[in-house]
Design a protein around this ligand. Structure first.
Ligand SMILES: [Zn+2]
Length: 296
């Protein structure tokens, strides 16, 4: 963007006003000098021409920056017999604008065209106005207008690629049922490679596994006594053994803490199934280990 140098409170004259709605044209000029600024042009207009107000609302300097001389409601002396309806823009130079100036001209044409709602056909070089007899300006203004229309267009919006979803997002969608049932349908719906889908699938399984698996049974629901128990033993250890045998479906009936024939029988039955070389009806280390495996 060109820098705007505001010299509206320094510019000559400017007393003659109009309603901005009367602006129908944008005129492009060159200064017909190889250099200069608004100040040097004003000297010439005042001293040599005896003008009150200067010629241009805006002057595009050689460096591409813009001197802003008048508000648009000021009638400037740009194009004889057309000034009331014209907004005047001048670039410094006696030939084609340089690259920076050209860029700025395009920018300023676009800006002012929009601001005053000026038709393309009414954006013209000074010399194109009816009754004008001048070479001003060298540049083909229609080309600048064309460029300004291109610059006004919103950048062609590329079809924005949908953002690639993360494995976690895809897994969430799959679980929500957004991609149908069954792995082939889901993979197709997601439009991803086998390798990617494998990751999604793993994530889904992981989550579903975590969600649906029952709370793990508390470890050691049936604590078992250490040491040896046999017929005649009594106490809490025997109760623990009775509970475990009942749980393992080697029923002993009531949990009474007494190692009687029923308990001995149950231990033997258990041993015959789980420890066939050690059927003695006595609860010891071997039986404890095996019973532990079954009930805990
Ligand atoms: Zn001119």
């Amino acid at each position: 963007m060109a820098k705007i140098i505001d010299r509206r409170n320094k510019s000559m004259g400017g007393g003659s006003k109009r309603d901005v709605s009367r602006i129908k044209n944008i005129a492009v000029h060159y200064s017909a000098t190889k250099d200069g600024t608004s100040t040097s042009f004003e000297r010439f207009w005042k001293n040599d021409r005896g003008w009150v107000t200067g010629g241009y609302h805006e002057v595009v300097l050689l460096d591409g920056n813009v001197e802003l001389n008048y508000d648009p409601n000021v009638i400037s002396n740009g194009v004889k017999n057309h000034n009331t309806a014209t907004y005047n823009i001048c670039y410094v130079g006696a030939g084609q604008p340089n690259a920076k100036q050209r860029k700025t001209l395009v920018e300023r044409i676009a800006y002012n065209k929009k601001r005053f709602n000026v038709a393309d056909k009414n954006i013209k070089g000074h010399r194109e106005f009816s009754g004008a007899s001048t070479q001003c300006p060298a540049v083909n203004v229609a080309d600048l207008v064309k460029e300004s229309n291109q610059s006004n267009k919103p950048a062609a919006s590329k079809p924005s690629k949908p953002k690639k979803k993360t494995v976690a997002q895809m897994a969430t969608e799959v679980i929500a049922g957004k991609h149908g049932e069954g792995h082939p349908a889901r993979k197709k719906s997601l439009g991803i490679s086998d390798a990617e889908y494998a990751k999604v699938r793993a994530e889904v399984n992981k989550r579903l596994g975590a969600k649906t698996s029952k709370p793990k049974p508390a470890k050691n629901r049936y604590p078992l006594p250490s040491g040896v128990l046999r017929v005649g033993s009594r106490g809490e250890g025997v109760k623990q053994l009775q509970r475990a045998l009942n749980a393992a479906n080697f029923k002993v009936g009531a949990v009474d803490g007494i190692y009687g024939p029923k308990v001995k029988d149950a231990v033997e039955r258990f041993q015959s199934v789980h420890d066939a070389y050690n059927i003695d009806g006595i609860y010891g280390k071997r039986t404890k280990v095996r019973l532990d495996k079954v009930v805990n």
